[in-house]
Design a protein around this ligand. Structure first.
Ligand SMILES: [Zn+2]
Length: 386
């Protein structure tokens, strides 16, 4: 999916680094890193944050550097990096290799094998010129390649908040884990507004489930748990109104094939994000109704994959294809009630409970004050009261 995203400025990057990191280094090196991440196809906010956390763990000065001399690599009074000379696991072949292929760059590329392998991938002769691993452009691409190679497990580790696993994927151990974790915490979105550029409404799942739990008509909604029905993104099970859900299951069982759902019930807060993304042409969103007027806000709509193949089955069971301008979308037209304003009311009540000094009118109407409150709400949900 084509994604247009705002780029992080050097000032925003500096917020993730402690004052001790020279700002001039961030100004100078960040553009190289940003370009390399984009060229590797990992320029999205989650991977950018992982890259910055990795830099801070490995080279906090935000500068590609030589590995420091230490007892790990050099014997007292011995040749620099001599302890690496015979590291056959790194491909080193004896005297001189330890020094020539010492750790360099943002991620400390080390050893003859790694210099050969990554040099070939980047089209740079790092065996002949190992010092080029500290060149800004080469160092940035080495970092991007490292991350790209572990992209899937890194994303998984980040979304499940397993920062130790994320660190180990790149480092092998947990060197710099405290700096790595601190950077991730600083860079994580905290309010709904912060999540807009992440292109994933799952990031406000915490707030969304608090609103759903409060709804008086919550009983009308059911979570679909069926072996043939899968939701893309895996943040939550798909929720729909009960009748719509049972008719969907009937259609799936008639066809007996797996159905992939991209979106089912949305909260008005999620609809608000998607609406903004559509208006800004971000995140590949073409069109979205304003909250709470989408049938998604009532649990009476789905967006699915392979909609053409599914259409005859769904239409036999109360689900209507919307049309070619939004080809993934089906509406349930055989019953159900409008839950949009009930969801807005549940948000307003939740907000008022936690913000008694700046209350919203509890009218179930989505207006500018409610929208502004949503933007300021914590993406993970309001803290539980003791
Ligand atoms: Zn839709």
């Amino acid at each position: 999916m084509a994604q247009t995203q705002e780029k992080l400025t050097a000032a925003e990057v500096a917020d993730l680094f402690p004052a001790a990191t020279p700002r001039s280094n961030i100004n100078h090196y960040w553009p190289y890193v940003q370009t390399a991440l984009e060229e590797e196809g990992i320029g999205d906010p989650a991977m950018v944050l992982l890259a910055l956390a990795t830099i801070r763990a490995e080279s906090e000065g935000f500068e590609p550097i030589d590995e420091h001399l230490s007892a790990w690599n050099t014997e007292p009074g011995g040749h620099p990096y001599g302890l690496y000379d015979d590291r056959h696991d790194l491909g080193n072949r004896g005297a001189g290799d330890g020094e020539a292929f010492r750790g360099r760059g943002f991620v400390q590329l080390t050893g003859r094998d790694n210099y050969a392998r990554y040099g070939q991938q980047l089209g740079v002769d790092l065996l002949e010129r190992p010092d080029l691993a500290n060149d800004p452009e080469v160092a940035a691409h080495l970092l991007a390649r490292f991350l790209k190679e572990h992209e899937a497990p890194l994303r998984q580790a980040l979304s499940s908040n397993n920062l130790l696993a994320a660190r180990q994927l790149v480092n092998g151990g947990q060197h710099g884990l405290d700096r790595f974790s601190d950077t991730i915490q600083r860079g994580r979105p905290t309010t709904v507004a912060d999540t807009r550029r992440l292109c994933d409404t799952g990031t406000i799942a915490g707030l969304s489930s608090q609103v759903l739990e409060r709804m008086e008509s919550h009983g009308a909604l059911v979570a679909i748990d069926h072996p043939l029905i899968h939701i893309e993104g895996a943040h939550t099970t798909p929720w729909l109104q009960a009748e719509a859900a049972s008719d969907l299951i009937a259609a799936v069982e008639e066809r007996s094939e797996p159905l992939i759902i991209n979106s089912a019930l949305r909260t008005p807060m999620q609809q608000h994000l998607i609406r903004q993304q559509a208006q800004r042409r971000e995140c590949g969103i073409q069109a979205a109704a304003p909250p709470p007027f989408s049938n998604h806000n009532s649990g009476l709509a789905i967006d699915i994959q392979d909609s053409g193949d599914w259409r005859p089955y769904l239409e036999r069971h109360g689900w209507q294809w919307l049309g070619a301008w939004d080809p993934m979308h089906f509406d349930y037209t055989a019953g159900g009630e409008d839950l949009g304003s009930a969801q807005v009311l549940a948000f307003q009540q939740l907000w008022n409970e936690h913000n008694p000094k700046a209350p919203l009118i509890e009218d179930g109407i989505w207006g500018p004050a409610t929208a502004a409150a949503v933007e300021r709400s914590p993406a993970a949900g309001f803290p539980e009261k003791a």
